[in-house]
Structures are given as structure tokens and as C-alpha cells.
Design a protein around this ligand. Structure first.
Ligand code: NAP
Ligand code: F7E
Length: 339
């Protein structure tokens, strides 16, 4: 009989790649979907007919009980979240409710209805925040720097506590930034590729960013969902860092995106620190720094050490940073040229 998986956050970036991955493995895939005035299935349009949708919300315990009762899943992947860090300062309480209390709601429902289901919780490198060592690994002390990071850290400890209290098979993946052509437009990578392509097509002259000196360990979302699945195929539940081990500035991402559309930008050697503008080699300003996009507290450097996952799960990333940038630019070129 086919295995059954329930995926929360199925309409999001990771939910869409994970659903594809599980369908290919022969799973029956159930997706928890929030009610919206207009359906938001753009990322899963191509597999929509293969998914069993169940309506529900992380804030509504009863809907989670109902979803688990209906799906009777062998595996549950909790990807649902208010995932935009910058917004978490504007909606602190809401972010905490969805990203932390929502996890309590889910784990209680699992314990009540299907305690033998294996659970994956979407943890994050944002829990390392103001990093206490580099590279960051499973044993690195946490120091979250945003309401988002704080809520995710509370959820992480909730997972540990359900494991220790009730022997639930629950794992947290400590995933570093992962991107794709399906990334939301507000996240920096997609904001850059979308804007650079618009500049290339003559649709805009310039765009605005905040701190382009910050560093992230960026991987490809399609590679990272495989790690989520591998965690639930182990005999014992455990937590794993998933990362490429390489770090790059936002500025470097900008440089590679312009390079991918053959626009030459001036290199002034400042590498994103104290820069106010970036110009092309012919002098047009294509990027302006705007303090509006700076965060009240920043995470300056993330770089993960995923040796534990590489050794125990046999996981490794396939797409590198340069390939990721080119993939995203190419996809936005196709999308925007059509429009
Ligand atoms: P995403 O694209 O923003 O997707 C978030 C998903 O959560 C969407 O399907 C959204 O549904 C759903 N959702 C939000 N609030 C909900 C609620 N109250 N009840 C039910 N569903 C709700 O995020 P992502 O990039 O795929 O990330 C997936 C998970 O991994 C998130 O938990 C995120 O925090 C975490 N994470 C992401 C990264 C990364 O770099 N991408 C790294 C580490 C951890 P709607 O479509 O209805 O809005
Ligand atoms: O910012 C800087 C910004 O919003 C990356 C989420 O998936 O990964 C993601 O969180 C960096 C930050 O992602 C702009 O200040 C500069 O230093 O793309 P981001 P994030 O905050 O790292 C983690 C692992 C998650 O768990 C989250 O769910 O880029 N930056 N200028 C900017 N960022 C944005 N968004 N917009 C700017 O204009």
C-alpha cells in the first residue's frame, strides 16, 4: 500500500518541491491548505490534480485534528509558517502564534490522533542568528535575532519536548536559506533576479535593497526537500543542519544576476559595505540602497556545517550558488518575457 504524507504549507516554495518529490516516490500526498478568497496554487498548478487538499490552519487545532484523522498519514511535514523574517517585526504576535503555538497545536493533534506518525518540523538557521561560532552546526548555541527566529526556536524546543515526553518520532531540520524560481518575490534572491530581468527588458531603470553586505549560505530548495524526507526514513528521530557550507554576500548575488543577463556593473571593491548605489559600467544607477529595507536587528553571517547529514543521511546538495543564480534569472527571463 502506498505511504501517506500530510504536508502543511503545500502552496509555498518548499511545499511544492516536497509534494513533487513525494509523488515521484509513490506517496499519497495530502496538503493542508488555508482558505483564501482567491486560490493560491501557482506553485503546485502542475500537480494539483494529484494532491488531496484538506482545508485547515495552524491556528485552528480542530482543523489539524480533522486533517490528521482524514489523511491517517505515515509522515507529516510541517512547512507552514509566516516565513518572512522582515515581516515578523511588524507581526510579532501573529508570527509567534503560527510558527510556535501552531507547532504545539500540530504535535498535540499528532499525539491524540496518530502518535505513530513521523513528523518533520521546518527549523531554520535564523535560530543561530547572532552566530556564536562559524560554521554553525547542531551543537552551536542558538541566539535568534528576530521574532521569526524566536518563534522557530520555541518550536524547536517543543519538538524536543514531545520527543522526550511522549516518544513521538519528531525531527527538526535546521535548514539554511534555500531558494528557487518559486521563491516569494519579497525574499532578497527573487527580488534581485526579478528586478535585474526587468532592467534587462527595459521595464524598470533601477531597484532598491537594504544591507547588501550580509552573508548567507544559499542552496537550492529542490535539493533540501530530499533531506526532509531522509530524516523521516531513519530509525531514530534526530535534528540535522542542512546547508551547502559556502557563504556569499547579497552583493555577490547581485553581481552574478547582472552577469547572467550580460549587464556589466562597476566593481568598486567595497563588497556591499557602505555602498549607496551600484552603477553599470556606462554610469546608469541600477541599484540604490534604501534604509527602509534594513532590519532592526540583522543576522550578518550564516554558514552551515552539514557533515552530520552528509554522514548519517547520505545527503548532499547538487546545485551550487552560481548555478542557483543562473537558474533563477533564466526562469524570471522566461516568465517576464512572456508577459
Ligand atoms: P513559504 O513559501 O512562505 O510557504 C509558507 C507556507 O505556509 C505557505 O503554503 C502558506 O500558505 C503556509 N501558511 C502560512 N501560514 C499558515 C497558517 N496559519 N496555516 C496554514 N498554513 C499556513 O515558505 P518556504 O520558503 O516554503 O518555507 C517552508 C518552511 O521552511 C517555513 O516553515 C519556513 O519558515 C521554513 N524555512 C524556510 C527556509 C528557506 O530558506 N526557504 C529556511 C529555513 C526554514 P499560503 O499560501 O496560504 O500563504
Ligand atoms: O534576506 C538582506 C536581509 O529575506 C536575506 C527565510 O526563508 O531564510 C530566509 O530568511 C538577507 C538579509 O531571507 C533586502 O537583510 C538586503 O540579511 O531573503 P531574505 P532571510 O531573512 O535570510 C531563513 C533561513 C528562513 O528561515 C526564512 O524563512 O538579505 N537584504 N536587502 C534584503 N532582504 C530582503 N528580503 N529584501 C531586501 O530588499
Amino acid at each position: 500500500m502506498a505511504k501517506k504524507a500530510l504536508v502543511t504549507g503545500i502552496t509555498g516554495q518548499d511545499g511544492s518541491y516536497l509534494a513533487e518529490f513525494l509523488l515521484k516516490k509513490g506517496y499519497d500526498v495530502f496538503g493542508l491548505e488555508r482558505r483564501a478568497s482567491t486560490k493560491n496554487r501557482g506553485n503546485i498548478k502542475h500537480i494539483e490534480s494529484e494532491i488531496h487538499f484538506i482545508s485547515g490552519d495552524m491556528l485552528d487545532s480542530n482543523s489539524l485534528i480533522r486533517a490528521i484523522s482524514e489523511a491517517q498519514p505515515d509522515e507529516i511535514y510541517n512547512l507552514a509558517a509566516q516565513s518572512f523574517v522582515a515581516e515578523s517585526w511588524h507581526q510579532k504576535r501573529y508570527t509567534h502564534e503560527v510558527n510556535s503555538s501552531g507547532v504545539i497545536n500540530l504535535l498535540e493533534a499528532v499525539y491524540e490522533v496518530k502518535p505513530d506518525a513521523k513528523v518533520y518540523q521546518a527549523g531554520t538557521s535564523e535560530m543561530f542568528g547572532k552566530v556564536q561560532e562559524t560554521p554553525q552546526k547542531e551543537t552551536t548555541p542558538f541566539y535568534p535575532r528576530s521574532p521569526y527566529g524566536i518563534a522557530k526556536l520555541a518550536a524547536y524546543w517543543t519538538v524536543v519536548n514531545f520527543r522526550e515526553s511522549y516518544s513521538l518520532f519528531a525531527c527538526s531540520g535546521l535548514l539554511f536559506n534555500h531558494e528557487s524560481p518559486r521563491r516569494g518575490l519579497e525574499f532578497v534572491t527573487r527580488k534581485i533576479t526579478n528586478a535585474v530581468v526587468q532592467i534587462k527588458l527595459g521595464l524598470i531603470d533601477k531597484f532598491f535593497l537594504g544591507n547588501i553586505g550580509t552573508k548567507r549560505d544559499w542552496g537550492f530548495a529542490g535539493d533540501y526537500v530530499a533531506a526532509m524526507w531522509l530524516m523521516l526514513q531513519q530509525n531514530e528521530p534526530d535534528d540535522f543542519v542542512i546547508a551547502t557550507g559556502k557563504t556569499n554576500t547579497v552583493r555577490k548575488f547581485v553581481e552574478l544576476a547582472f552577469e547572467a543577463v550580460n549587464i556589466k556593473i562597476e566593481s568598486n571593491g567595497k563588497k556591499g559595505v557602505d555602498e549607496k548605489y551600484i552603477r553599470t559600467d556606462t554610469g546608469s544607477v541600477v541599484l540604490e540602497i534604501n534604509s527602509k529595507f534594513f532590519r532592526p536587528a540583522e543576522v550578518y553571517l550564516l554558514m552551515g556545517d552539514s557533515s552530520k547529514a552528509r554522514k548519517k543521511l547520505g545527503w548532499k546538495p547538487k546545485v551550487n550558488f552560481e548555478e542557483l543564480v543562473r537558474m533563477m534569472v533564466k526562469s524570471d527571463l522566461k516568465l517576464l518575457s512572456k508577459k
